[in-house]
Design a protein around this ligand. Structure first.
Ligand code: ARG
Length: 459
């Protein structure tokens, strides 16, 4: 049964009906549609369309329906209702008879769906904030455990300068902190209520829309009815926030895939998040991380999808907008799953400290230290850079690290070099020198860790 039969003398073609119906995905808005309907029944009471008795009956029936839905949301899928709004209304009429037919007075599915979706975004947003928080907690915990573990830092996938595993983890804490604040910021704009805007021009009943907003837990009511039913900025913003966060997740996944590879062997991933090969018995594949890396792509697909759909749509509501939901649901589900999976991966990683330290010593990653040493001896940096370049070539030819060149060999390159060059080339000194704010020196990492621990404990 459709909600709009009067003007039609022919039934919808079944192929069109299948094409048009959205129940198969918007059934996920059942809880929000019921909550919104209860708020609407109160608004109808306030303008005298419903009596107190009628409103109570409707509210009770809606609450009861809500309970039934919560037990098994999938049951909705058995119906041939057009969408979730129709489904709820049909169910209501079945329960309370003709009284149920009064509920849609002054309301349109346009302000209804806009409200439902915003309510859904708000509750989903809270869950995602929790996921981001948990992942940050896990990273900080890992950073504490690995505070002194040296790790080669890379640029261009070549060993560049030593860092620590702790500093690496804290870099991702920064990224997920930005995601957290981006999500909070996006949610603050979702928090305005479109209910009472009707189809596009506003409702003809003199309701207090601020009160409706308040009843539904929104910060305030929206200001313009045309905009309210056409606005899907929040869908774009949330998928975009998810997309940026998926960049971070996929980069972290890629780092860990590399660290887990046979080539670097910096760590072992847990058996719980890896899988075997059907042919090669020796394999332990980082599937969880590869899927995180791969799923970033589908989230970006949803982002471009919704932007293409909304671009150049005339005001106000158009059916194109029904296409907002599947991409949003999928993007936010995927993001939540990936955050949870990243957390699981970090839970149990076995870091090979000796291997990471040895790797950090190789690759001439203390070359900058030698240049800084020469600068301290009064040689301009550009010249020092050149001299060290020659020193590296010499060391490569001999097959030794820089610190194994003899003093005589160093002096050939720059007579200013003395015995005190050697302590300057050690890993400890390389790390310790990065004392400026945000650097890898142990004091700075300790400072970053404490700051993050305090910040996260206050959330
Ligand atoms: N299923 C529709 C959607 O998701 C609900 C709104 C229908 N509005 C309309 N004017 N046909 O967008």
């Amino acid at each position: 049964m459709a909600l709009w039969g009067g003007r039609f003398s022919q039934a919808a073609d079944t192929r069109f009906k299948q094409f048009n119906d959205s129940l198969r995905f918007d059934y996920r808005l059942a809880e929000q549609d019921i909550t919104g309907s209860i708020a609407w029944s109160k608004a109808l009471l306030s303008v005298g369309v419903l009596t107190q008795d009628e409103q109570s009956k409707l509210e009770d029936a809606l609450l009861d329906l809500g309970k039934q839905v919560a037990e098994n949301p999938q049951q909705i899928l058995g119906s041939d209702a057009e969408d979730i709004h129709s489904w709820v209304e049909i169910q209501l009429i079945q329960r309370v008879g003709d009284l149920g037919k009064k509920l849609h007075t002054g309301r349109s599915r346009n302000d209804q769906v806009a409200t439902d979706l915003k309510l859904w975004c708000k509750s989903q947003g809270v869950e995602l904030l929790e996921h981001l928080d948990k992942l940050q907690q896990k990273l900080v915990k890992f950073a504490r455990q690995q505070q002194d573990t040296v790790l080669p830092g890379y640029t261009h996938l070549q060993r560049a300068q030593p860092v620590t595993f702790s500093h690496w983890a804290m870099a991702y804490v920064e990224m997920f902190e930005r995601d957290y604040s981006r999500l909070q910021d996006a949610l603050s704009r979702v928090d305005v209520c479109p209910l009472g805007c009707g189809a596009l021009a506003g409702t003809a009943y003199p309701m207090d829309r601020q009160q409706i907003a308040k009843d539904l837990g929104f910060r305030r009511a929206t200001r313009n009815s045309l905009d309210s039913v056409s606005d899907r900025d929040h869908v774009v913003e949330l998928i975009s926030t998810a997309s940026i966060s998926m960049i971070h997740l996929s980069r972290m996944a890629e780092d860990l895939i590399f660290y887990n590879s046979g080539e670097s062997a910096f760590l072992d991933l847990s058996d719980q998040v890896t899988s075997g090969s059907s042919l090669m018995p020796q394999k332990k594949n980082p599937d969880a991380l590869e899927l995180i890396r791969g799923k970033a792509g589908r989230v970006y697909g949803s982002l471009s999808g919704i932007m293409m759909t909304l671009k150049a749509l005339p005001l106000a509501y158009n059916k194109d907008m029904q296409e907002d939901k599947e991409g949003l649901f999928d993007a936010l589900d995927t993001w939540g799953d990936c955050l949870a999976m990243a957390e699981l991966v970090l839970d149990d990683m076995n870091v090979h400290e000796e291997t990471t330290t040895e790797a950090a010593k190789g690759g001439y990653s203390n070359a900058t230290e030698l240049a800084d040493y020469l600068v301290a001896k009064g040689i301009p940096f550009r010249e020092a850079h050149h001299i060290v370049g020659i020193a590296v070539v010499k060391a490569i030819e001999k097959g030794v690290p820089l610190e194994e060149l003899s003093l005589a060999e160093f002096k050939e390159l720059a007579p200013e070099i003395e015995d005190d060059v050697y302590p300057n080339l050690s890993l400890e000194s390389t790390l310790a020198k990065r004392q400026a704010l945000g650097g890898v020196a142990p004091e700075q990492v300790e400072h970053a860790l404490t700051e993050a621990e305090v910040r996260l404990s206050k959330r």
